[in-house]
Design a protein around this ligand. Structure first.
Ligand code: C2E
Ligand code: MG
Ligand code: MG
Ligand code: MG
Length: 285
């Protein structure tokens, strides 16, 4: 949007500079508004996790991804995509992250009590800025100990932006997580700082094919299809799990399976559903 506003300003000449300023100011106000509402929501304990199922090639549930939601506000403000970037800028992401870790513990403890879900794995998203705080691993450790949970039940999703940080620190944090048995998943894979060397050098357990590739996979877009195949091959070579996100149709699923993908997540199997204890996670398909 920033690009198109700039383009409009340029195309129309000086007369439109004012229009551009107004737009920028509008965005700043919008961010401040989001920040205010976010602070209020945190204060009023209106953060929740929604769970979206992850399945294997047979369609059996293997676990879920936890996605943050806010209740009691306008529905159009519910998308994490709209407030996570603001939370990252204003530092609230650390509070959100602590909430997510604590809540993940509750969910995993609930799951552990039910035979059907005992082996399920929960993936949580961690912002790079939270991941690099010194007590990130301590919080995870405390949470696992508190509920007497094996680390293998938990996976941390990080974007490739993590590789822009100081490599040694990132590697040490990942290694400490691995010692706990906690998995590392690379989210939105293929859209960021991809490097084959990182995949080899860092203890990564899973890569998530970004949903943008899946979305265009069945178009005439041969390139995106090939890219998916390449990502699946990389996963096989490096022996990391590969999961496709944004699987919305049977055709997506069939095609991805034919390409050798083994794990799947998307609206076809289930939308993110607010977590309530005692309600078993079910596929909506
Ligand atoms: P993500 O981790 O890549 O999550 C996938 C996003 O795609 C989610 O949006 C999910 O609702 C949506 N999605 C799932 N299946 C489909 C599908 O089949 N089709 C389409 N079109 N979309 C699908 P959401 O919940 O709005 O989250 C957006 C992003 O916000 C996430 O992307 C993640 O980067 C971030 N996020 C969400 N929860 C958290 C959190 O607890 N902590 C942090 N740090 N970031 C979070
Ligand atoms: Mg994710
Ligand atoms: Mg993703
Ligand atoms: Mg994302």
């Amino acid at each position: 949007r920033a690009d198109s506003a700039l383009f409009a300003a340029k195309a129309a000449g000086r007369g439109r500079i004012h229009f551009f300023d107004t737009q920028m100011q509008g965005r700043a106000e919008e961010r401040l508004d989001i920040e205010t509402r976010l602070r209020r929501a945190i204060g009023e304990r209106r953060l929740h996790l929604a769970l979206q199922p992850q399945v294997d090639s047979a369609g059996a549930i293997t676990g879920a991804e936890a996605l943050i939601r806010i209740s009691g506000d306008e529905p159009d403000w519910m998308s994490a995509a709209s407030f996570i970037p603001v939370a990252e800028d204003c530092g609230l992401i650390v509070d959100i992250g602590q909430f997510v870790i604590a809540e993940a513990g509750r969910i995993l403890a609930d799951w552990a009590r039910t035979p059907d879900s005992r082996d399920h794995r929960l993936s949580i998203n961690a912002s790079v800025s939270h991941f690099q705080t010194t007590d990130f691993v301590d919080r995870i450790t405390e949470m696992l100990n508190h509920h007497a949970l094996p680390g293998g039940r938990l996976r941390i999703e990080l974007t490739e932006a993590v590789f822009a940080l100081q490599g040694d620190t990132v590697k040490r944090t990942m290694q400490r997580l691995r010692e706990l048995g906690v998995g590392i998943s690379l989210d939105d894979f293929g859209t960021g700082y991809s490097s084959l060397a990182y995949l080899r050098e860092f203890p990564i357990d899973e890569i998530k094919i970004d949903q943008s590739f899946v979305r265009s996979m069945l178009d005439a877009n041969v390139i995106d299809r090939r890219l998916i195949e390449v990502i699946i091959d990389i996963g096989k070579t490096l022996q990391v799990d590969v999961i496709a996100e944004g699987v919305e149709t049977q055709a997506h699923w069939d095609r991805l399976k034919a390409m050798g993908c083994r794990y799947f997540q998307g609206y076809f199997f289930g939308r993110p559903m607010l977590y309530r204890p005692d309600t078993p996670m079910s596929s909506e398909r």
